[in-house]
Design a protein around this ligand. Structure first.
Ligand code: AHR
Length: 505
């Protein structure tokens, strides 16, 4: 049997656990907003038309940040269309997704909805078809405490106090030729710089995210980041990165390497950002906003070109399997392991559109398989992220070489004595016998252990069978000398919570 040896020490701190990596994304796309979070006719709808069942699941998922309103959608969006009396709001074409946008849900509805979920907003401005003025205007409307035409307008719309939105994305995927108003790196760098300056004049307290690359394989990856940051370095706080992973041609080893590829992508962005800091002899560090990531079967989506314009069409409603959930668990581990530089991360998207939650008009909302690793980690990790030292075999696959068969991540809360471990077995065929050396902690006891994988990897939760998949409870004990032995089935994700015995909460 294959083996892995893992050592975890309370002294090996990466960074404090940052809750903002458990963010999500709500875009005006398909049935994410209409028929997802907002469905006035649904039996669970609040008086404002929000689906209470979706709110409850979003809370259970543990989401901390919600990015809004896009995505590709934002690059053609006029935010003013979505505020004010519902009956006055225009119906428009959304060119990004060839949809009909009724604007019955907009900025103030989103802010009301997010307060019910208990998360923090991350707003994106349109730098595709619009520019500096409209971006400054929306920040003034949302955040300015004094009285101006725009803030009076907000008050007329029923919002007395400023929304005080702290995180703003300067456009979306502006490197992508598919983006409405796509720009070269130089063009984007200029508009991002000027927009950032104007936004800061309205509200100096905001955190600004410049657009980085839409995925690692973009031909401009690296040079895009360097050009954009060279120009915007003094004016922005974060650089974005997006990545979607899927299984090609039944290639499990490559699919299981997704989190290693994500790790390489993160390191590449850090390298570019730090190179610019060095060039400018600056101590400032530009951190990362991984504001779109997930498993997404793009090969199943035929693209937008041939779509008929429709309101809230069924787009990219992937039904996730156990195998997808294992990969998502691995991606979350990579985000956690890079907590020293990844400041925000948003799984795309929350509901229906490649989401952990599914909603239909005639049913209560249900959890997809990928809900579980997210919820376990978002609600479980605390204290500091610890660097796990992993010794195991590696493998080569189509999309990457030298991929470790096993990955590990962990957090430790010294105050409560709670240690959380996540373990990923990437092997398609091998059960891996892993030993985790925890001897540097006080005596530990296992509180709970759950596993996904190890059985039928094709199972999913769906309309007919919404509760078919959930993590299994497994039984584990810390043995002699503080060694925890865990048998990891092929293609599996394991979650363990332990607590120091002399430090019970
Ligand atoms: O999340 C779906 C789409 O993927 C987003 O609109 C876009 O930013 C990305 O390409």
């Amino acid at each position: 049997m294959n083996t892995a040896h893992i050592t975890i020490s309370p002294a090996e701190k990466v960074a404090p656990v940052n809750g903002k990596i458990f963010g999500t994304f709500v875009e005006h796309m398909g049935r994410c907003v209409y028929g997802g979070i907002y469905e006035p006719g649904h039996p669970s709808a609040t008086p404002d038309g929000f689906r209470q069942d979706v709110i409850e699941l979003a809370k259970e998922l543990g989401v901390t940040v919600v990015r809004y309103p896009g995505g590709n959608f934002v690059s053609g969006y006029r935010w003013e269309d979505g505020v004010g009396p519902l009956e006055n709001r225009p119906t428009r074409l959304d060119l990004a997704w060839r949809s009909i946008e009724t604007n019955q849900f907009g900025l103030n509805e989103f802010m009301k909805w997010i307060s019910l979920v208990g998360a923090e907003p991350m707003m994106a401005v349109n730098l595709g078809t619009r520019g500096v003025q409209e971006a400054a205007d929306i920040v003034e409307y949302c955040n300015f405490p004094g009285t101006t035409e725009l803030t009076s307008w907000r008050k007329e719309h029923g919002v007395d106090q400023p929304h005080d939105i702290k995180m703003w994305c300067l456009g979306n995927e502006m490197d992508g030729p598919w983006q409405i108003g796509h720009k070269t790196a130089e063009e984007y760098a200029r508009i991002a710089e000027e927009t950032a300056k104007a936004i800061r004049l309205v509200d100096p307290e905001v955190s600004l995210v410049a657009c980085g690359s839409s995925f690692e394989e973009m031909p401009t990856f690296g040079s895009w980041e360097r050009t954009v940051l060279d120009r915007t370095f003094d004016h922005v706080d974060l650089i974005s990165l997006h990545a979607y992973y899927e299984k090609f041609d039944d290639d499990t080893p490559s699919f299981m390497a997704s989190s290693a590829r994500m790790n390489r992508f993160i390191k590449g962005v850090i390298e570019a950002a730090d190179e610019i800091a060095q060039k400018k002899s600056s101590e400032k560090r530009i951190n990362l906003s991984f504001d779109e990531w997930n498993v997404w079967y793009q090969k199943r989506f035929e693209g937008v070109e041939n779509l008929e314009f429709e309101h809230a069409p069924r787009l990219i409603e992937d039904e996730y399997t156990v195998e997808d959930a294992v990969v998502v668990g691995g991606l979350l581990m990579t985000l956690l392991n890079n907590s020293d530089r990844v400041e925000v991360a948003c799984q795309a998207q929350l509901v229906n559109i490649i989401g952990p939650i599914r909603a239909e008009s005639d049913l209560p909302a249900w959890k997809q398989t990928i809900f579980y690793p997210f919820a376990l980690m978002a609600n479980g990790v605390s204290g500091d992220v610890l660097r796990a030292q992993v010794r195991c075999d590696t493998y080569d696959c189509e999309l990457m070489d030298d991929v470790p068969l096993v990955d590990a991540s962990s957090s430790f809360d010294a105050e409560s004595g709670k240690l959380v471990l996540m373990l990923l077995n990437r092997s398609e065929t091998e059960r891996i016998s892993s030993t985790i050396d925890l001897s540097l902690f006080n005596q530990l006891q296992v509180e709970r252990a759950n596993q996904l994988g190890g059985g039928d990897l094709t199972l999913s939760n769906n309309r007919e069978n919404p509760n078919q998949v959930a993590p299994e409870n497994i039984s584990l004990e810390v043995g002699e000398g503080g060694i925890l032995a865990v048998s990891l089935p092929p293609v599996s994700w394991t979650f363990v919570v332990l607590r120091e015995v002399q430090n019970p909460q």
